[in-house]
Structures are given as C-alpha cells and as structure tokens.
Design a protein around this ligand. Structure first.
Ligand code: AKG
Length: 338
C-alpha cells in the first residue's frame, strides 16, 4: 500500500516538473513555418501550435458554402454519427443497466442534402448529428471535394518525411463534442468554417486522466419509438471518463493535478496537435462547422510511444486493476483505440 502511495507521489512530481518547465505556452506562427522551424519549435518538443495563413490558397477556404457543397455532393450518401447527447465515442452512464459503457454513435447513412437540412434547422432532430467518420473520410466519402484542398500540408510532410496516413472531413454543430482521448498521430487540423475549441493536456499528464477499461456499447434506434438506446457489446476499450468541462473531482481526484490548455482555433487557422496529446473538442459557428485534418503516423522510434504504454500499464493496469492490459502489445494490436 505504501509503495503505491510512493509511486503516486513520484508521478505527481513528474507531472509538476513537466508543467514547471513548459507551462501552458502555445506557439503562434503568423505565417506557415519552414520545415526546419516547425521541427525545432513544435515537433521535436512535442508542443501544440497555431499556424495562420496555412491554407489561404485552398479553394475550400472561402468556397465551401452550404450551397456549393449541396451542388457538389448533395446527392451523395454519407455516414453521420448520431447521438442523443452529442458525445460519440465517450464513457456514458446507461440508466437502464445502471452501468457505464464506452458508447459509440449510431452510424446513419443519409444524403449530404439531408444532413445539411438538419444542420440548417429545416429538418428538426432531437439528436446531435456529426460527420466525423475519420480513417481517410475525405477520399472515402467526399472525393468530389478533394480538389478544393491540398493532399498534405507541404511543410509538415517535408518536416516529417512522409505523406499523411489519412485526411478527414469533419462537419458538425455546437451540439457535438468529441470526448477526451489521444491519437498516435501528428495532427494538422485546419478549421475551414466556424470555430473549434480544443482542451488539451500533454502526454505527461496521463496520471491525471483516470483512464480505465469500459465495456463497449453502441447507440441504436428503438424499433418502436426511434429513440436512441445503448446496446452493450462484447468487447472493451480503455478510455478517459473525465469531462474537462465539468470534472467530477470526487470521482477523479487525480484530475486536479492536470493543467488544461484551452485553445480556440478560428476559421482559417491550423492547429498542430502533437502525437499522444489528450484532447476534447467543441465547436461553434453559423450553418455548421467544417474542418479538414491530416493525420501523419507518429514516430514510434523515440521514447514517447513506449512511455505512454508504460503509463497505461502502470496506471490503468496496475493501479486501476485492469491487469489484462499488462499482457497487451499496443503496437501490434491491429486495431489501436486510444
Ligand atoms: O474535431 C473533432 O471533433 C475531433 C478531432 C479529433 O479528435 C482529431 O482530429 O483527432
């Protein structure tokens, strides 16, 4: 017991040391950086940055009005993440089974025109509707729009020595919130329309996140009422249960040690979100918020990835008692869920 206490004290010291050195500083580039400047200032220290003027040359920057999008892809069938509370892929309490699950959204196929009708308020909906498919959604479902953006962020591709693994198209409104999580990607996130607010925490604050393992579930419409209900599945996912918008410090006392960095990314700005940073994302904007993001595979050869797995095994595996995590090899798991 006292060894565990000692380990917790040492982990808090580690968090504080990182915070003392780095604070909540975010670099702002007034113009796109050179690859070398970007590597030195942002990638190497693994610190977020805002880059202005990074995609002023894209036709999408001013051209993606709802009218234009209707004319280009209005009749295409797209995948929309539908949830009753705006939180897709989030730890959610189910009053029916009195249990918390990692709940994934109901993935509804509809025409892009039908989606826009909901976002514009022409079709009423009790639910939050979010185009957030990921894993290369731009080429998968929006290929007609690819010519309006660049295939990569040139100075980032040059700095990292690779092309993006996936380019994703995001379209939602202020009802939809992406819950706190991390990804094994260097992320260039371009806000094309509206505003996105990111609440960020560095990988060094893993201790504060109270990550645990949850049974998976998915929202499904009830056959009679059409209302979305939680349907439990067999599998499990490690996830973060804390909502930084209203943290429950009684349940999650370690979160008191976290130092949130809140950044609003305005229309026309690009956020560099370094690999393995925890992030929760909110959005606001008239007639919907649109973003394109570029996921570049992270560098697995430096200390960051194994360190994150050490934290997961130590905190979630040993301290939280999910000992099955101790035998997992994250990199070779095939389906990585962070
Ligand atoms: O925009 C969002 O809602 C989420 C973005 C995100 O999680 C990501 O780019 O990794």
């Amino acid at each position: 017991m006292s060894v565990l206490k000692d380990i917790e004290t040492v982990l808090i010291d580690y968090v504080k040391e990182y915070q003392d050195i780095n604070g909540t500083f975010i670099h702002i580039y007034d113009n796109p950086p050179t690859p070398l400047e970007f590597l030195r200032t942002s990638v190497h220290p693994n610190r977020p940055a805002i880059i202005k003027g990074a995609f002023d040359h894209w036709p999408a920057r001013h051209g993606w009005t709802n009218e234009y999008l209707r004319s280009k892809i209005g009749k295409s069938v797209v995948t929309v993440a539908v949830t009753p509370n705006g939180y897709a892929d989030a730890v959610t309490y189910d009053p029916l089974t009195k249990k918390e699950y990692f709940v994934m959204p109901y993935e509804q196929k509809m025409t892009f025109n039908s989606f826009l009708d909901i976002i514009e308020g022409r079709t009423p909906s009790d639910n939050a509707n979010y185009i957030s498919l990921q894993n290369g959604s731009l080429s998968l479902e929006y290929s007609a729009l690819e010519e309006d953006v660049d295939p990569g962020i040139a100075w980032c591709s040059e700095a990292l020595g690779k092309q993006p693994d996936a380019v994703n198209f995001w379209f939602g409104d202020d009802k939809s919130i992406t819950s706190l999580h991390k990804d094994p990607y260097e992320n260039c996130y371009a806000v094309v329309r509206g505003q996105k607010t990111f609440i960020l925490f560095p990988p060094a604050e893993h201790y504060c996140m109270h990550e645990s393992v949850y049974q998976n579930a998915v929202y499904e419409p009830n056959e009679n009422t059409g209302k979305l209900e939680i349907k439990p599945l067999e599998s499990t996912t490690p996830w973060i249960p804390v909502n930084p918008l209203c943290p429950d410090f009684n349940r999650f006392p370690r979160f008191r040690n976290a130092q949130p960095i809140k950044i609003t990314v305005n229309e026309g700005e690009l956020l560099y979100l370094p690999a393995l940073w925890f992030h929760q994302v909110m959005q606001s904007g008239e007639q919907g918020v649109i973003a394109i993001n570029y996921w570049y595979d992270m560098d697995y050869s430096n200390i960051l990835f194994p360190t994150t797995n050490l934290f997961r095994k130590l905190l979630t595996g040993v301290i939280e008692g999910h000992r099955d995590l101790l035998n997992q090899d994250e990199k070779n798991n095939g389906e990585l869920k962070f």
